[in-house]
Design a protein around this ligand. Structure first.
Ligand code: PRX
Length: 648
């Protein structure tokens, strides 16, 4: 395997050199209290903390608190503290779906807008601790709404604009959000997304479940005619006219909740991952500064939607806390054509570009001309996130996009971790294509085998983290027991990530993918159980089992085995109907890639579906089915192998 040594140019101005990385890392794990006492000061605290780390991973007593007696306001850290030094610098560059549309918003303007939205939210009855759901496209108002919540101490729950009314309704109900911020419509690749109409349905769905959404604030994006319910719905462009452009930031405890973000696990409904204020912002800003080696005045572009954690930490909070110019892109990588990303980089002189392997693979497939016709000279650093990046895509990104000038930081992390945990620091760590390389300061990754024994040296195993870091999630909203159960019960005393990994002889980390029933489709995380429950909610489906299978562009595709109700006939029409049904229930990102009709599913005698076998059949690896002797009816497997031609 090739290793790419740290180039002189990457080292030349790097904030963290190899020696600093070693020194800081050693100190961060041998004296976490001292290390974080020092680095927590990167934020502006209203009342400085005296306590630093107070955490326990002990079964039955999991508790995570950082800087707990300090107080601060997150929006003041992202806005007010920059006004004097860089009030007129661009905070957000917005690039529209339509290449002729863009906007630049200075820190001063962003501050005023956030204050206005905070005042409007207060007028709508939002107080400290209340949850506010946000269902917006990638427009500056999404960042404004998040920061406005933080300003008044409200807890935001951003729901990706591609999710269905059902998904939004369920999340508003779970978080008991009484206020929703949405838009008339979204715009993606020239197509309109009916956000307000979806929101109306979602409010209805929540109401039927017994939860009332009292107010809906609507941002005008496309100007489409939408239904407005008097008393409940308010236009943002009207409401903002009648409030002050100043709103004092509320003093928040470091451990006061900042946001909830729903994410999929191996079982049950999506969980509300809860992050708090102080530790989260220390982590987002510090990783943004050192992983990307961010330098004053640079333009940073993270392509993630704010509906995902990457958008929270690296489109909004990390860059703004560091006074960067952050680029927000409303569109998609291949519209109007596959050269869009590179054209945007040239247009806005982007210095750091951070995207997902699925986008890299798709653009690689479109041909090099789309890249080479752009200049890309402004680019200094490239990043990757969301799923394992295959060496072929890595090499293309490195040679064609970066012309071997730019380091690539392959960053491994999760919604739960708040920010990057394993990644190269570009001036300090030699790169190996496909490896996330080394842990960030304070992160103690460990490999354990199925019995929970810690593995030393070069090994393959389950990836755990041995101790807490400031950006870690604090609980599952409303269900601390589920938090303990999900992350701390498999290997007691450790945080279990759900990922498999390998550590090579040089101590480099290679993430091999999920070891649980979570699949990663185009960098979007999905519980197979969610897709199964969407399928069985269709009246013609009796049973369904969903697994991931290797997909050239998406990383993993969604493979569904479906058993129909007695008397129903398997037709192509029904197949289409089921795909549409799942899209409707969850959203287009959950569209099944393949459906195979399955007269029966392989089950143990106790009735548990043997997914291991289904995964093998989906991957066409019949030779390696393993032990099938515990199956209630081994004949089912032969039938599925024979019938696999009917997958589509
Ligand atoms: O399996 C890992 C994969 O994405 C999962 C986390 O998904 P999510 O919470 O949606 O957050 C995505 C963005 C941080 C992980 O458990 N993953 C994320 N980054 C990488 C990765 N797998 C391999 N390499 C990565 N760089």
């Amino acid at each position: 395997m090739t290793t790419i040594a740290v180039k002189d140019a990457w080292k030349a101005q790097a904030q963290i050199t190899e020696a600093t990385y070693r020194e800081w890392y050693d100190r961060s794990v041998s004296d976490p209290d001292g290390f974080w006492r020092e680095h927590g000061r990167r934020l502006d605290w209203i009342k400085p903390y005296s306590a630093v780390k107070n955490t326990s991973f002990e079964p039955g007593a999991v508790s995570i608190r950082w800087f707990e007696d300090g107080t601060l306001n997150l929006s003041a850290n992202c806005l007010d503290r920059h006004l004097e030094t860089r009030g007129d610098q661009t905070a957000i560059v917005w690039e529209g779906d339509d290449p002729s549309q863009s906007r630049r918003i200075t820190y001063r303007e962003l501050h005023a807008d956030v204050c206005r939205m905070a005042n409007v939210l207060k007028d709508l009855g939002v107080a400290k601790g209340d949850r506010v759901s946000i269902y917006l496209p990638m427009i500056p108002e999404a960042a404004v709404a998040m920061l406005a919540c933080a300003r008044i101490g409200a807890v935001h729950s951003v729901v990706f604009g591609g999710f269905s009314p059902d998904a939004l309704g369920g999340r508003m109900e779970d978080s008991t959000s009484r206020v929703l911020v949405t838009a008339d419509e979204g715009l993606r690749a020239g197509r309109r997304v009916p956000l307000k109409a979806n929101a109306d349905k979602a409010v209805g769905i929540a109401a039927r479940a017994g939860h009332t959404v009292e107010k809906v604030l609507v941002v005008r994006r496309t100007g489409a005619e939408v239904a407005m319910e008097p008393g409940r719905d308010h236009w943002w462009h009207e409401a903002r006219e009648s409030v002050a452009a100043d709103c004092p930031p509320v003093e928040m405890g470091a451990e006061d909740p900042l946001f909830i973000l729903y994410t999929s696990g191996s079982t049950g409904k999506p969980k509300g991952v809860l992050h708090t204020t102080g530790g989260y912002l220390v982590w987002a800003s510090m990783t943004h500064q050192y992983v990307f080696d961010y330098r004053e005045g640079e333009v940073f572009w993270c392509t993630a939607d704010v509906g995902w954690v990457t958008g929270h930490s690296y489109t909004v909070y990390g860059p703004l806390a560091n006074g960067a110019t952050t680029l927000m892109f409303e569109g998609v990588p291949n519209y109007p054509d596959a050269g869009r990303m590179w054209q945007v980089i040239d247009k806005h002189r982007v210095n750091i570009f951070y995207t997902a392997p699925t986008a890299i693979r798709a653009l690689m497939g479109a041909g090099d001309e789309f890249v080479t016709r752009s200049s890309r000279q402004s680019i200094r650093l490239l990043g990757s996130v969301g799923e394992p990046i295959n060496p072929e895509a890595w090499n293309w990104y490195y040679t064609v996009v970066g012309e071997e000038r730019c380091a690539i930081v392959d960053t491994w992390w999760q919604t739960e971790t708040g920010g990057i945990l394993i990644s190269p620091l570009p001036g300090a760590v030699a790169l190996k294509p496909g490896s996330a390389t080394k842990p960030f300061f304070g992160v103690r990754p460990e490999l354990v085998d199925a019995e929970g024994r810690v593995l030393d040296g070069a090994a393959d195993g389950n990836l755990c983290i041995a101790d807490s870091w400031p950006g870690q999630m604090r609980t599952v909203f409303g269900d601390h027991e589920r938090f303990e159960q999900t992350y701390f019960s498999t290997y007691p005393g450790k945080y279990f990530t759900g990922d498999g990994a390998r550590r090579d002889a040089d101590g480099y980390w290679w993430i091999t993918g999920r070891v649980d029933d979570v699949i990663n489709v185009s960098g979007h995380r999905m519980g197979t159980a969610e897709v199964e429950s969407a399928l069985v909610s269709h009246p013609k489906v009796s049973e369904a089992a969903v697994v991931g299978y290797p997909h050239d562009v998406k990383g993993q595709g969604i493979y569904c085995y479906v058993t129909l109700m007695e008397g129903e006939t398997a037709t192509d029409e029904l197949r289409k109907e089921l795909v549409a049904h799942v899209r409707n229930e969850i959203g287009p990102i959950a569209s099944p890639d393949k459906i195979q009709w399955a007269p029966g599913l392989p089950k143990t005698r106790s009735g548990k579906i043997m997914r291991r076998i289904l995964r093998k059949i989906a991957e066409d690896e019949f030779g390696a089915l393993g032990d099938t002797s515990t199956l209630a009816d081994p004949g089912v497997v032969d039938e599925l192998i024979e019938n696999r031609q009917n997958r589509r």
